[in-house]
Design a protein. Structure first.
Length: 310
């Protein structure tokens, strides 16, 4: 028996494989860029960890999530141990569904309008007249489609221009822009359904928030002569009652491993806006804090494997 890792991005998964090797945990790489399997066959015994990403299409793996959905249904039919099951994949691929689940668990989210079609997008932007708002892709990851607008006129020019980014599922979200006292958001990391740490992410250079070393953009930005500041910093002081609600949401949706992003507005209200079931970690931030997410995941998967063997 072994751990099977379901994914489509070798660079993001390499740190996990290194930790599994370090702990001598047997595993197999199920890279679902493409493939085939027989629904009439019986899947192997073991622990299956789903790391499928909503941004797979940006790496020319357009149908990897659809293949993963079929694989997860097959595994669940045979009652295999699945970490981040088909319910988790549903949330990963649909930010509108995420928002509804967050609200179900009394977690405050920004005002959001779902649109399909440029005319509908432009019309819906009138709901935000007088206040800034953002667009984002419904099936996204890595900040896809995120643009900040001060008024509906600016959105109209963008939608009708050549720079408009067409979302892969056709759905563009319009969302209330939350202005924070300082330019940062917080990403709460969970392993085994339990909170492990929070990361403070500097957003002063934009909305590319992927913490993985393989996709991180330049994280040093400062005037000449000033000390550079890291884009990602583990915050040991973060402690909010919302963490209880986060853990309840994850348990209800078959999610054991995730990162949940939130932002505190100037008035003190905490808004939650994203659930990442394919979570990554920043090595520089972890080294400084002596906390290691992939090691936590590998240890957790190893414990599940031992239970499965028993």
């Amino acid at each position: 028996m072994k751990v099977y890792v379901i994914h489509e991005n070798q660079e993001w998964t390499a740190p996990l494989f290194a930790r599994l090797d370090e702990l001598h945990i047997p595993y197999e790489d199920w890279h679902l860029e493409n493939g085939q399997f027989n629904l009439s066959s019986v899947p192997p015994e073991g622990v299956f960890y789903n790391r499928m990403s909503a941004s797979s299409h940006t790496r020319n793996h357009r149908f990897a999530p659809e293949l993963a959905s079929a694989v997860l249904a097959w595994l669940e039919r045979y009652n295999r141990v699945v970490v981040n099951d088909s319910r988790a994949l549903r949330l990963e691929l649909n930010k509108a569904v995420q928002a509804m689940q967050l609200e179900t668990f009394n977690i405050k989210t920004p005002k959001t309008i779902v649109t399909v079609g440029k005319e509908q997008l432009i019309e819906a932007s009138q709901s935000f007249a007088g206040s800034p708002f953002i667009t984002k892709h419904n099936r996204a990851g890595k900040g896809l489609g995120v643009q900040l607008f001060q008024n509906p006129e600016a959105l109209k020019a963008y939608a009708e221009g050549t720079e408009f980014e067409e979302p892969i599922d056709g759905i563009t979200l319009l969302q209330q822009y939350i202005e924070a006292p300082e330019p940062f958001i917080t990403r709460c990391e969970f392993v085994g359904g339990k909170f492990i740490y929070a990361v403070r992410v500097n957003t002063s250079e934009g909305f590319e928030l992927c913490p993985a070393d393989a996709c991180s953009i330049e994280d040093m930005y400062c005037p000449v002569g000033e000390e550079p500041s890291a884009k990602f910093t583990i915050d040991p002081t973060f402690n909010d009652p919302v963490l209880v609600n986060y853990e309840a949401l994850l348990a209800a949706n078959g999610i054991q491993i995730a990162g949940i992003e939130c932002i505190r507005a100037k008035d003190g209200q905490l808004y939650t806006y994203d659930i990442n079931t394919n979570t990554n970690y920043n090595s520089e931030a972890e080294e400084k804090a002596n906390q290691f997410g992939m090691l936590e995941i590998a240890t957790y998967l190893g414990s599940l494997l031992q239970k499965a063997k028993a």
